[in-house]
Write a protein that binds this ligand. Structure first.
Ligand code: ADP
Length: 397
């Protein structure tokens, strides 16, 4: 192994995911997760050759730092530490400030922290993770890769809310969009699949994981996306409501709900979970639906209907469309969800190729529509790879 390894870190408020990416092969040599930070059961776990290992952190203290220190020790034990050349951090919110990947220094750390108003659950946690990594790897360059950056090419008509401009100017209230790294990656891979330069390609990319978003990509650039000021907007998700009449919030507040209760309801108890009354996990929804569960069936119907509605509306953002791209946990694996979405799009001429749809699962890319009909395809996303590659490119720039 030569000097091609980048450590990718995704630091959350109570967790820290990491992956060691070989930027030559694209493989994740090692990956793991620190979780339950702030609780006595804080732990770091990782997999090597399919075998899971765990290390309990000390009950007290800075769990982000302890986790990063344990990762460093692990990399030393495995003889990999000296081959790491850079560290890439996933950052949820770059506001309007960050339109591309940047090298992290004290000013950048402050700017990411200053954006905490826009992403209170994420940005402060990223900064804690970055500081821990900078302490543990003082000689390595570290880079911040933003979920919002890809969408900074949206035109004002797509990102401006139909509200007073004062709110934008004073508070920065506008559409930012998220999942940018994923939409960026799959659109590049899709362009390769159809043998076109990405600058001449047009896609509607549909990222369906626990979080879900649609993105209209014109000539390789994001021109509209369904998540908004926060990741709560747009599609129905695992536990998030997506688009909703804003008056419902006022209504619930007047009914005596607290602000926190409303926030929790819409973010953590809605979506597939809320409608099915069963689970936020798509596999559980499909299984229950097959057993005749009414709530799960309704959740499935709403989910697929709303994705198709967004795809239909994003035709307006494009002059041409090469393909719809499905990605992320549900998009990459759920044959019934994709099948139903295509059925909902039949007015546009989409026709499912059942064999193609069955084949494009579990990490396999492929076209899932019949020949000579509008194209939909599956492309497995790889956000860690983008973070590693961008970090490597900046290192050598
Ligand atoms: P996250 O947003 O947390 O990264 P993922 O992209 O991992 O989420 O997607 C998680 C979702 O993918 C869950 O709803 C899960 O049920 C779904 N999923 C994973 N594998 C399958 C599968 N084989 N069939 C249907 N859904 C799947």
């Amino acid at each position: 192994m030569s000097n091609s390894l980048v450590l990718v870190i995704n630091s959350g408020s109570s967790s820290l995911k990491f992956a060691l990416i070989d930027t030559v092969s694209g493989e994740a040599t090692l990956s793991g997760l620190g979780e339950c930070f702030g609780l006595p059961e804080a732990v770091v776990s990782w997999k090597i050759d399919g075998e899971k290992h765990e290390h309990m952190l000390e009950a007290e203290g800075n769990h982000h730092q302890q986790a990063v220190d344990r990762i460093v020790a692990l990399l030393e034990e495995l003889g990999m530490k000296q081959d790491i050349v850079a560290i890439g951090h996933r950052v949820v919110h770059g506001g309007e400030k960050f339109t591309k990947t940047v090298k992290i220094d004290e000013t950048v750390l402050e700017e990411i922290d200053n954006l905490s108003d826009l992403a209170p659950l994420h940005n402060p946690a990223h900064v804690i993770g970055m500081r821990a990594a900078m302490k543990a790897f003082p000689s390595l360059s570290q880079y911040a890769v933003f979920d919002t950056a890809f969408h900074q090419t949206m035109p004002a008509k797509a990102y401006t809310g139909a509200i007073s401009q004062k709110l934008y100017k004073e508070y920065g209230i506008r559409r930012y969009g998220f999942h940018g790294t994923s939409h960026y990656y799959v659109s590049r891979e899709a362009a390769k699949m159809i043998n076109k330069p990405v600058e001449d390609s047009n896609f509607i990319s549909v990222h369906l994981g626990n979080g879900a978003s649609v993105c209209a990509i014109k000539n390789g650039k994001s021109v509209d996306t369904s998540m908004g000021f926060t990741p709560l907007a747009g599609l129905m998700m695992g536990t998030r409501c997506g688009d909703l009449d804003p008056s419902i919030i006022e209504f619930l507040l007047k009914k005596g709900w607290s602000q926190q209760e409303v926030f929790d309801e819409l973010n953590k108890k809605s979506g597939l979970l809320g409608v099915s009354g069963l689970t936020s996990d798509c596999r559980g929804i499909i299984e229950a639906m097959e057993n005749g569960h009414e709530g799960a069936t309704l959740a499935f119907e709403i989910f697929c209907y709303r994705v198709a509605k967004y795809i239909g509306s994003y035709m307006v953002a494009l002059d041409e469309l090469d393909a719809i791209i499905f990605t992320a946990g549900i998009g990459e694996n759920s044959q019934p969800i994709r099948s139903k979405i295509l059925e909902n799009l039949k007015i546009f001429g989409y026709r499912e190729d059942e064999e193609g749809n069955a084949a494009a699962r579990f990490g396999n890319a492929g076209v899932i529509t019949k020949p000579n009909t509008p194209m939909a395809m599956v492309i497995p996303t790889n956000e860690e790879w983008v973070i590693a590659k961008e970090s490597m490119e900046l290192l050598h720039a």
